[in-house]
Design a protein around this ligand. Structure first.
Ligand code: UGA
Length: 326
């Protein structure tokens, strides 16, 4: 399906993963329609920067719209594949009054998109789900068949959206696939995420805030690997399936900081804060299904990916590090 150039839609096109995905699709010759609402979770200027590469391409069009009330039928017209990456991300801020935003951007938005797809037949809908749906899993590496039990309101909304996608598939034949991304990192990472915050603290000569004892582990996934898997999911024989995309190993936050100290050659000073409500203690992906069904393999090691993110961070940061070297 994606072997020949075609018209595709990417929701959340100005975001971290979405903007990389747009560029990958454009360089493969596709016509890409990006949708983004530029919600105020973080500054618009960063999202505009993310989009610069895609905007420079003649086959790219951007539609600034909210999926809940945008004219989706017009935007989706002629599309063969929809990559649905738009959503309200972030595990830790999903409590209190912020929850409304998570419901609007993750559940209601997905439902509106699915409603539009009832009248606009596409060959594939690829939904960006999250490792957060697992919560504190009973087994590692965690298989897609594990019972999802989110421990954050955010994870609950992603699970609801995943279920909605399959509800519409079952009733209206929308050919959907759900990908569970595991803590993606790399250039353009969102400023609320761990590696971005760690790098900012280093450059600003501040202590790094570690939630809990730092022995929590994550399956960190480099952004180009996540994009590879996402593109493959548009054409592989995976309709109706849920597939984990994980970087290939579980690493503790403490080990990430040791590696970052080594790469940056800046002494890391840590300040431990209480563990954050909503954070699972560990995540770890079984990626056998992705290997088997998508022919996918993560290629970028944590050290290599962290070095690339550090290089990007320094290039875009107004401050260069001038602190005591180790
Ligand atoms: C990330 C994304 O933010 C979610 O949108 C995504 O859905 C999720 O991955 C997922 O895979 O499901 P998270 O794993 O919390 O969520 O990613 P980071 O913000 O990179 O945090 C990683 C770890 O670092 C967490 O254990 C967190 O507690 C810790 N952390 C984070 C700190 O110790 N200090 C910080 O300042 C930030």
């Amino acid at each position: 399906m994606l072997s020949a150039p075609t018209r595709v839609v990417v929701t959340g096109a100005a975001g971290f993963i979405g903007s990389h995905l747009c560029e990958r699709l454009l360089s493969a010759g596709h016509e890409v329609v990006g949708i983004d609402s530029f919600s105020d979770y973080y500054e618009r200027a960063r999202k505009e920067q993310n989009l610069a590469g895609a905007r420079a391409h003649q086959n790219f069009t951007l539609e600034e719209a909210d999926l809940v009330d945008g004219d989706l039928k017009r935007i989706l017209h002629g599309a063969t594949v929809v990559f649905h990456l738009a959503g309200q991300p972030g595990v830790r801020p999903s409590w209190g009054g912020h929850f409304d935003r998570y419901v609007h951007d993750n559940i209601v938005s997905t439902q509106r998109l699915l409603e539009s797809l009832r009248d606009t037949p596409v060959e594939r809908l690829v939904f960006a789900s999250s490792s957060s749906v697992y919560g504190d899993a009973e087994m590692f590496p965690t298989k897609e068949t594990a019972l999802p039990r989110p421990v954050s309101p955010y994870g609950m909304t992603k699970l609801a959206a995943e279920h909605l996608t399959f509800v519409y598939m079952r009733n209206f034949g929308i050919p959907a696939t759900s990908l569970r991304y595991f803590t993606v990192y790399g250039p353009r990472q969102r400023p609320d995420m761990a590696f971005w915050r760690f790098m900012e603290a280093l450059v600003e000569e501040q202590e790094i805030e570690v939630f809990g004892d730092g022995e929590q582990t994550r399956e960190f996934t480099y952004v180009s690997d996540a994009v590879d898997g996402t593109v493959k999911a548009a054409s592989a024989d995976v309709v109706g399936q849920i597939i984990n995309l994980g970087g290939g190993s579980r690493v503790s936050v403490n080990r990430v900081l040791d590696t970052l100290e080594d790469i940056s050659r800046i002494k890391v000073r840590r300040r431990h804060l209480p563990a954050a409500p909503g954070d699972p203690r560990h995540t770890g992906a079984s990626i056998n299904l992705a290997r088997e069904k998508l022919g996918w393999e993560p290629r970028v090691s944590l050290r290599e990916g962290l070095a690339k993110q550090w290089e990007w961070f320094l290039a875009m940061s107004p401050k260069s590090p001038k602190v005591s070297r180790t």
